[in-house]
Design a protein around this ligand. Structure first.
Ligand code: HH2
Length: 272
């Protein structure tokens, strides 16, 4: 078995007015850039910039508006840091422009299925691509999500999207998979996916997990609001890492890094 490694940390920068955990805080590009640079100082390996909230019930944003939100932020970060830039978008035209602005990771919560042009745009994109599972669009995904076997169904979906991406000319070496915690899932579905992360690792690709501050943490703790979910986010990050996640998408980079370092040191001491 390969020795355990710490995961890469992907810090979240939401250039949106309505994200579930930090909406509106970084709507001004200068503030979003400052926030990104703070995340880099705290140890982020990747900064993920998004201009469209995909929280449950969110409505799609006009592509021009999305571009207007993310491009100044990507350019502003690139001017002051060499951190790896990720664009969180479902739209190929946004990914294309972000690639020109320096993004080398396309994080697509629709797994390249939102637009007919997505697969070709991914082939031309100058970097790697995250394929995430979601059941239904953000507007309705939490209405009544159902699965017979959530882990197997999500794994089959991801395998099919990997095959579609490869057929379109995106090599496996450029792909990352993500089970999509909170995207059309109940609390039990989310827990089964985190517990069963090894199944996604069996696809042979890096696994990304985003559970930071998500609703299931609040539901497991008497309805704690998004700004009171740090401890649960850290517990989830450690559990995801222990099950093989190689990239964690988090809002709280410094805290996650510290929690992981302690868990890692204990594991290493036990194996010494
Ligand atoms: N979760 C969110 C957004 N993008 N991308 C990946 N690959 N995996 C995730 O789990 C994921 C994601 C939702 O979180 P956030 O960006 O904080 O909220 P919002 O969608 O409201 O902007």
């Amino acid at each position: 078995m390969a020795p355990p490694r710490l995961p890469l940390l992907m810090g979240v920068v939401n250039a949106t007015p309505d994200s579930f955990s930090d909406g509106g805080r970084y709507g001004d590009p200068a503030r979003a850039v400052d926030h990104a640079l703070r995340l880099v100082d705290e140890g982020a390996d990747i900064v993920d910039v998004g201009g469209e909230s995909t929280r449950p019930g969110a409505r799609p944003v006009d592509p021009e508006e999305e571009l207007g939100r993310v491009l100044p932020v990507l350019r502003g970060i690139a001017a002051r840091s060499s951190v790896r830039l990720s664009i969180d978008t479902r739209r190929p035209e946004v990914a294309r422009a972000a690639g020109e602005a320096g993004a080398t990771l396309w994080n697509d919560v629709s797994a390249l299925a939102f637009s007919p042009g997505s697969l070709a745009a991914a082939a031309a994109f100058p970097g790697d691509v995250v394929l995430m599972h979601a059941q239904g669009p953000p507007e309705t995904m939490q209405d009544d999500p159902r699965y017979d076997d959530v882990v197997e169904e999500v794994a089959a979906f991801l395998a099919a999207r990997v095959a579609a991406a490869e057929a379109a000319g995106v090599s496996r070496a450029r792909l990352v998979v993500d089970p999509g915690v909170g995207f059309g899932k109940t609390v039990d579905h989310n827990l089964a996916l985190i517990a069963g992360l090894g199944r996604f690792g069996a696809l042979g690709l890096p696994v990304l997990v985003g559970l930071s501050r998500k609703g299931f943490i609040g539901r497991l703790d008497a309805g704690a609001p998004a700004d009171r979910r740090l401890a649960g986010s850290l517990a989830g990050a450690i559990e995801a890492w222990r099950r093989g996640a190689s990239i964690l998408r988090v809002h709280d980079v410094a805290e996650t890094r510290q929690a992981l370092r302690v868990a890692f040191a204990v594991l290493a001491a036990g194996e010494a």
